[in-house]
Design a protein around this ligand. Structure first.
Ligand code: DX5
Ligand code: ZN
Length: 244
């Protein structure tokens, strides 16, 4: 088990987790180095198996290759049907956080899977698709380091946000407060410059941003903009002043 909580490791929050899914994957090394150079701390790696979702991306060999070149925190989002069988591959590739989907693991196995991941010194998160309600997670919230609320159907970058999913963030904030827990709330899909402020103000601490960065011809400039924005929001939250 890690001796520091995920929150301590990631502070200050909020900050963005940059999804490289919609980047030019032929230039992954350069992209990651540039992101790191402009202050990116967290990289979101979308693993898709063509089974849980109708798309295929990359897996352990690519993550392992990247690991050699960056100190960024690797937030590995497993959109795969077999996290129980495959989580070790990602741990051995250098994942810092493994997020698996609630929908693909039998209830009786969830606690054990979380324990097995955390026991290997890697943080563990659980994710829910848009149609899965928050209450399904209630038995597991005390074990996980992070909850990832999908704000699009998983599978592709660049989709429009399903705003109805955002009420889950509020629900999670309430539950966390009521039960005195400490998990981080992350959201994934369709987050851009126009909606990120509201999403953070609802309680999302680690918004995943992909297409809104990489659709820009100058993704470095765009990343800097997001970093400035999240810093301002962090300052406002800390000092309890409203922003914008
Ligand atoms: C979707 C992925 C997301 C996505 C990010 O299945 O999990 O991480 O790439 O969303 P966008 O591209 O909308 O920012
Ligand atoms: Zn993702």
């Amino acid at each position: 088990m890690k001796n520091k909580s995920l929150r301590e490791i990631l502070l200050p929050l909020p900050k963005i987790s940059v999804s490289i899914l919609n980047s030019d994957l032929a230039n992954l090394y350069k992209t990651v180095k540039k992101l790191e150079f402009v202050g990116t701390k967290v990289i979101h790696l979308d693993v898709m198996d063509g089974n849980f979702v109708p798309n295929l991306t990359f897996g352990p060999p690519v993550i392992k290759s990247l690991r050699k070149y960056t100190k960024c925190f690797f937030d590995v989002h497993l959109m795969v049907n077999n996290p129980k069988e495959s989580f070790l591959w990602y741990i051995n590739s250098g994942a810092d956080l493994i997020v698996f989907h609630y929908e693909v693991v039998e209830k009786k196995d969830i606690e054990k899977l979380v324990y097995e991941i955390k026991n290997r010194n890697v943080y563990c998160g659980i994710s829910i698709k848009p149609n899965t309600p928050v209450n399904k997670l209630l038995p597991y919230l005390k074990f996980v380091d992070l909850v990832l609320v999908m704000t699009v159907e998983p599978g592709f970058g660049g989709q429009k946000i399903l705003s109805e999913c955002l009420s889950k963030v509020k629900e999670l904030v309430k539950i966390r407060q009521h039960k005195k827990l400490d998990f981080i709330i992350s959201c994934d899909g369709g987050i851009n410059e126009s909606n990120i402020k509201d999403i953070i103000n609802l309680g999302c601490e680690l918004p995943v941003v992909g297409n809104a960065i990489f659709c820009d011809t100058d993704f470095v400039k765009k990343t800097k903009k997001f970093n400035i924005l999240t810093k301002k929001l962090e300052f406002c939250k800390k000092n309890k002043i409203s922003y914008g």
